[in-house]
Design a protein around this ligand. Structure first.
Ligand SMILES: [Zn+2]
Length: 191
């Protein structure tokens, strides 16, 4: 049983690492996920050996191998997580390097309801439907302009606030209320 539990844990770690690899283009993450998968296979093979073996010495050895493989798989998962974080940081730094600082702007949030927009369910001033984590409103700047705010890249698709005040689209009125009002450094992203 100990070997089976180790193999299950190794496979879980390998699945998690594969999940990270699927979200990135980093070859480091990919390599770590492959390592975790190999470790999980080793753990499973050792678990099979442990369940087939008749002598206690072989079982003990197989358990030890399975547990070592589990530790390796979990280490590989940690490597994958670290490589993924490094990739994200590098991407953000690259974006910032080509960004132009616009200023510390006022931030508020809105949604598609009648209270925020007069009538509910309207398209944006640019004609597209607004989407969360993407659409912002601000006057004095072209539609389609990309703004980096607190690590997220938004697109100016709507109007309603003057230049220097970014209104961020959210899925619900309660989210918009909860966001309240704030300020942040706003960068223009050139692509
Ligand atoms: Zn609303």
């Amino acid at each position: 049983m100990a070997a089976k539990a180790a193999a299950d844990a190794a496979e879980y770690a390998a699945d998690e690492a594969r999940g990270y690899a699927d979200e990135t283009e980093s070859s480091d993450v990919e390599a770590a996920a492959e390592n975790a998968a190999l470790d999980a296979e080793n753990a499973r093979a050792a678990a099979d050996l442990a369940s087939d073996a008749n002598d206690s010495r072989t079982v003990a050895m197989a358990v030890e191998i399975a547990e070592a493989a589990q530790a390796e798989a979990e280490g590989a998962l940690a490597d994958a997580a670290e490589a993924k974080a490094a990739e994200e940081k590098a991407k953000e730094e690259e974006m910032l390097a080509s960004a132009e600082y616009l200023g510390n702007f006022t931030l508020t949030a809105y949604c598609n309801c009648a209270r925020c927009c007069g009538t509910a369910g309207n398209a944006t001033a640019s004609g597209v439907m607004p989407t969360s984590n993407h659409t912002v409103a601000m006057g004095g700047i072209d539609f389609g302009t990309k703004l980096l705010i607190n690590g997220t890249v938004y697109t100016v698709e709507d109007r309603g606030t003057p230049y220097g005040h970014v209104d961020i689209f959210m899925d619900s009125h309660s989210e918009a209320l909860q966001f309240g009002m704030g300020s942040a450094d706003v960068y223009l992203i050139r692509e």
